[in-house]
Design a protein around this ligand. Sequence first.
Ligand code: PEP
Ligand code: MG
Length: 890
Amino acid sequence: MTRYVYDFTQGGREMADLLGGKGANLAEMVRMGLPVPPGFTISTRACRAYLTAGALPAGLEEQIAEHLAALERSTGRRLGQVDDPLLLSVRSGARFSMPGMMDTILDIGLNDLSVLGLARVPGRERFAWDSYRRLVQMFGSTVMGVDSTLFEKVLATIKREHEVADDTGLDVCDLIRLVESYKDLVREQTGEEFPQDPAEQLRRAVLAVFDSWNGERARIYRRREHIADDLGTAVNIQTMVFGNCGPDSGSGVAFTRDPASGHPGSYGDYLVNAQGEDVVAGIRNTVPLQELERLDPRSHAQLCGYLRTLETHYRDVCDIEFTIERGTLWMLQTRVAKRTAQAAFRVAAELADEKLISPTEALGRVSGDALSRLMFPRFATHGVGDPIARGVPASPGAAVGVAVFTSAEAVRRALDGESVVLVRPETNPDDLPGMVAAQAVLTSRGGKTSHAAVVARGMGTVCVCGAEGLTVDVGERRFTAAGTTVNEGEVISVDGSEGTVYLGSAPLVDSEVMRYFESGGQEPTADASPVVGAVHRLMEQADATRRLDVRANADTPQDALRARRFGARGIGLCRTEHMFLGERRPLVEAMILAETDAARSEALAALLPLQREDFTGILAAMDGLPVTIRLLDPPLHEFLPDHTTLAVRVAERAALGQVPDARDTALLAAVTRMHEENPMLGLRGVRLGLVVPGLVAMQVRALAEAVAERKRAGGDPRPEIMVPLVDAVEELRLVRAEVEAVLTEVSQETGIDVGCPVGTMIELPRAALTADRIAEDADFFSLGTNDLTQTTWGFSRDDVEAAFFSTYLDKGVFQVSPFETIDRDGVGRLVRIAVTEGRRTRPGLQIGVCGEHGGDPASVHFFHDVGLDYVSCSPFRVPVARLEAGRAAA
Ligand code: PEP
Ligand code: MG
């Protein structure tokens, strides 16, 4: 016969799958000898059987009856007995905590007769009727489906009639009347009497808890928390103890340390003469735990002892619920406590200091997500209000500024000292100056790998993109969201960690952890905050543990220096296209529009010194560390003005009978000529290098000359040249020959060896599948998981997130965007193939990753597992990647 029911004395913490978190921890406390009111747990197995078959499994009711009989024997009281009856609580308790999402019914066992028995116990008359009215109310709404507000209305009427503000103001007669009114209400609403048989009460309460697993609240919560739908809940049936027996009784919650700050020492709230539900519901004001020391020193001392015992036993911060019934302390629940990011770091480091856990275990207690929450300013918890829009939290942090709608306006206002938020439908390279000037970027389209998201993250600028319901009218310089219109110059607040937008100025809290990283992660001084000290100790531990190196994606000396301060050991991706923007645009245009070789050479020659200067700066900032320079990647038309804008400009002049602007006409012709239906799959990456004569040579020469200059100045430049978007080894071979010819040339000209490794990105499925061949000509691989994800799934990285990912997430096609966390099964498989095949050809081949996944916590663990050498990510994610790489190796 399948076993479905376990006494609290028969379980333990290791049985959480079967007994649920609450049941397993109650059993653990019994095992530890703590005072737990006796009871038993109906397992999740029973719930699963019930939910599958739609009926209680055979044998379950008999097992419940046996355990109930044993409980009655051990307590010396029977359920429903007329004289001081046994009362039970029936509570849900799934494997993973789902606070408040499922049902609870208290005081099972009271009926019209047993209430009289209970009322006869001296001093318990009021208490008995109060408990009975709670049962009718809870059972009526939870089990029998009566709208709970109807009970509230009846209660409010009686309170009004007696002019009392608080439930405690009702006397016995009022409560007796209340019970009758409640029972009438149940009869009216359901056509059924409130059940008087305690066994029926118990049975129906258990069924209600099982059913609540599939209630709407629970289902929504599980989806949000990624909890599987088929786990089911356990049901805990426990002898009731009462905190509402007078001034020597009460209920409370306590933590072994402060779950908000991590401060050591017990922490909690207590409510005299109340049941646990009253504490949680916040009906009356609680007092701090210290107050219990004055009220009941014995229970207080006992409780503090138990808290210490629990923390030592669980080797972590625990929270508990407790009740004191006439001076006797009972433990009703414990679990490992949820905590803020701040507390997570402090507690982990201090538990390791106290030798309660090992330093590597301490790493397991924190996370990159928690660290990133600590690294950015955030809005204070008060004074924020409701968001007017929600979007993708694309770049974390919080910022307040005036809304502006063009890059030029952002720059203008920023120069005037204003803090601005750049609001656009989406951004493109033209918006870069505005994005640099802005405190935050907000877009109505695009996801986490859209231009706005990638660039903002790279710069550490707050960004929310793809905000639903946001309509941006650039022409009118305003946006509307949730029925609110925001005009240019009005203040908004943007939370890039949460993806929310607020009207007006929300109060900000600065980040001390960011200051610590900005100052190079030096050992904090004695007066530094305990959180900074904890972050420092855990980062040191992560660095000592990790096998993966961490580099940064950076294109400017400033970003390179910041990345270095944050602990990056080199640059894994320098996107040279970012050096083709701004005032260099006319030179780039001249190169693209050149109709003869001579004109193109001239344009390239003009670009060369500027590129050289860029490279010199970056190599100096990363002196002594590797710098991976990627040859130009995007299609050239991205550097030309937008087709529609040009066409309108040309047409307007024509309509006005004016002479056409020669430059505009030439540009329009070029843009039209270069138009591609799928530019992401078009003339870009290595293909450009093979098609546009002189482009590769110019970039390589600029780099080689910069290397020579740095070496002459006594520096230690360590460049690596990377070829993007390679499909076939032949492409790489052709470009490599050109690269090497230029390197040899410059070495000869300068008398300085400027030779360096030449490698490739692996960012197309064909490259991954033929990695053995490609490795013949590549000194290193860098996985471009953005393009690899785009091309493996066939998802346009700029469009799909806004277009349909929310539907895909809702329908469970995936739990998280594959552009955010690496898809292990598909893209990950290609990564494994590339690693294995590449190293088969070239043992020890250096392989890193420079796609956005390089800074994503879950993906970092995958890259550790597949044996990469390093991950490369935006400078602000470097600390997160270091920590997660340490956690992966711990
Ligand atoms: C990639 O594709 O992963 C990559 C790093 O290159 P980019 O994002 O510049 O296309
Ligand atoms: Mg790419």
